[in-house]
Write a protein that binds this ligand. Structure first.
Ligand code: XLS
Ligand code: NI
Ligand code: NI
Length: 450
């Protein structure tokens, strides 16, 4: 492929050249084996088409400032521009060494006057995407259906009070699943951006949720019909754009899945969404892993001081370490998941080169997190800490309780005459400050040695 970005393939330089080498990886060494698996296979990085190639870095108070190599080029029509952008996208991903990408139907092709026309536009771009996937070997981590940008979705899509919208979105969704099958998507994501309420006074929550569940059932039926076997994923987010989204966080989405018997779903967890729901990214991943429901990850981070979806590139090593520690505990990011950079550079990082730098920062931060997490697992640091913390449960009595052989009365009998003052116990895992300091040491020591 032509060198459209005028940038060479991003090399791994390690720390030999010091910490300041910009357009290079310091930790991400794709083929390096860590805990039995190549780094690239632990991390499975994906580029988000909408942020990386469509976002102009505008905000509520300012216009788009992004400088991209396709700017200022003159194409005969929007379809040609869309086709050209595909080549830029694949050149970018090849240079970066990201093996996966993700997209929404409406990011890649312009809308027509009817759904039929829109689908036709989409088909042309999908042909091109398929061609470039073959040429570069880059794969589709997931695609999704944009059922939130267009004005028709102001009141939601599958949860819209208008049946006309439900009907429309069925057509749009069918096409999107057909594309998933055609491009061999490894997963398929549902993010219910406008599935929620502005106020419960005007909203029949139960009826809307029933519709959403019915929707998911139809999607799964159709996938089975066409032989699409990609993993279905729900991506939780508590709010923005709506006041309250139905898939508030991982626990809420798990409850929804269970309540409606939609067991074919797993979860796609986004860092910033976790933060908006007052969780750390690691906490959300823990909830999904413990339920056997981790599907994939949208890698980004929020800003502590700002209460909305900032979609920052992830650079917080505590977060990346915690997330990768959970991933290693689970064995992988779900059966087919990856790390999708649902992130955009800050507005001051508007040059094309900055777009590479931002992705490099995110990839290196996750590679570093993987290395630290691998060292922690190798030492059984947290495993031993848990063992120590719950050791009293490894007793005969613990086994008896855990296997449902005790009652309130049987336990009461044992404690009635115990001196109350002896009941406060502590062990070293409760020295939380020292645990956190040890984690600091793990980060510092591991990265120094790499
Ligand atoms: C928005 C979401 C969105 C999904 C895909 O906040 O993160 O980008 O990942 O529709
Ligand atoms: Ni998001
Ligand atoms: Ni996302």
């Amino acid at each position: 492929m032509a060198n459209l970005w005028g940038i060479d393939k991003i090399p791994f330089v390690g720390n030999e050249k010091g910490p300041k080498e910009g357009l290079a990886f310091h930790y991400y060494e794709p083929d390096r084996v860590v805990a039995g698996k190549k780094m690239k296979d632990w991390l499975r990085f994906a580029v988000a088409y909408w942020h990386s190639f469509c976002n102009r870095l505008d905000d509520n108070f300012g216009d788009g400032v992004a400088q991209r190599p396709y700017d200022g080029k003159h194409y005969a029509n929007p379809e040609d521009a869309a086709l050209a952008k595909v080549d830029y996208a694949f050149d970018f991903m090849s240079k970066l060494g990201a093996e996966y990408f993700c997209f929404h139907d409406r990011n890649v092709a312009p809308q027509g006057d009817t759904l039929r026309e829109t689908d036709k536009n989409l088909d042309k771009v999908i042909d091109k995407i398929e061609e470039d996937m073959k040429a570069t070997g880059i794969k589709l981590l997931w695609n999704t259906c944009d059922t939130f940008t267009d004005g028709r979705f102001v009141r939601g899509a599958s949860t819209s009070p208008s049946i006309d919208i439900f009907e429309y979105v069925a057509g749009q969704q069918r096409k999107s699943l057909e594309i998933a099958k055609r491009l061999g998507a490894e997963n398929y994501v549902f993010w219910g951006g406008r599935e929620g309420w502005e106020s419960i006074w005007n909203t029949d929550v139960k009826r809307e949720q029933d519709h959403m569940a019915e929707w998911f059932r139809m999607c799964h039926e159709y996938a089975k019909e066409i032989g699409f076997t990609g993993q279905f994923l729900i991506e939780p987010k508590p709010q923005e754009p709506t006041t309250h989204q139905y898939d508030w966080d991982v626990a809420t989405a798990l409850n929804f899945i269970q309540r409606y018997g939609l067991d074919f779903f797993r979860i796609n967890i986004e860092g910033n969404h976790a933060n908006l729901a007052h969780h750390s990214y690691g906490e959300e991943v823990r909830t999904a892993v413990d339920a056997g429901k981790l599907g994939s990850l949208d890698a980004n981070q929020g800003n502590k001081f700002v209460g909305w979806d900032m979609d920052e590139f992830p650079v917080d090593l505590y977060d990346t370490t915690q997330v990768m520690w959970e991933v290693m505990r689970a064995g992988s990011i779900g059966p087919h998941g990856g790390l999708n950079f649902d992130a955009k550079p800050r507005r001051t990082s508007f040059t094309a080169e900055d777009l590479f730098r931002a992705h490099i920062a995110g990839m290196d931060s996750y590679a570093a997190g993987l290395l630290v997490a691998a060292k922690m697992h190798e030492d059984h640091f947290i495993e031993d800490l848990w063992k120590d913390r719950y050791q009293s449960w490894d007793s005969e009595l613990g086994k008896s309780i855990e296997s449902h052989h005790e009652t309130l009365q049987s336990l009461e009998k044992r404690v009635l005459d115990e001196p109350e003052s002896e009941l406060m116990a502590s062990n070293k895992s409760d020295h939380l400050e020292s645990v956190m300091a040890t984690i600091n040491n793990y980060i510092a020591d591991t990265l120094k040695q790499n």
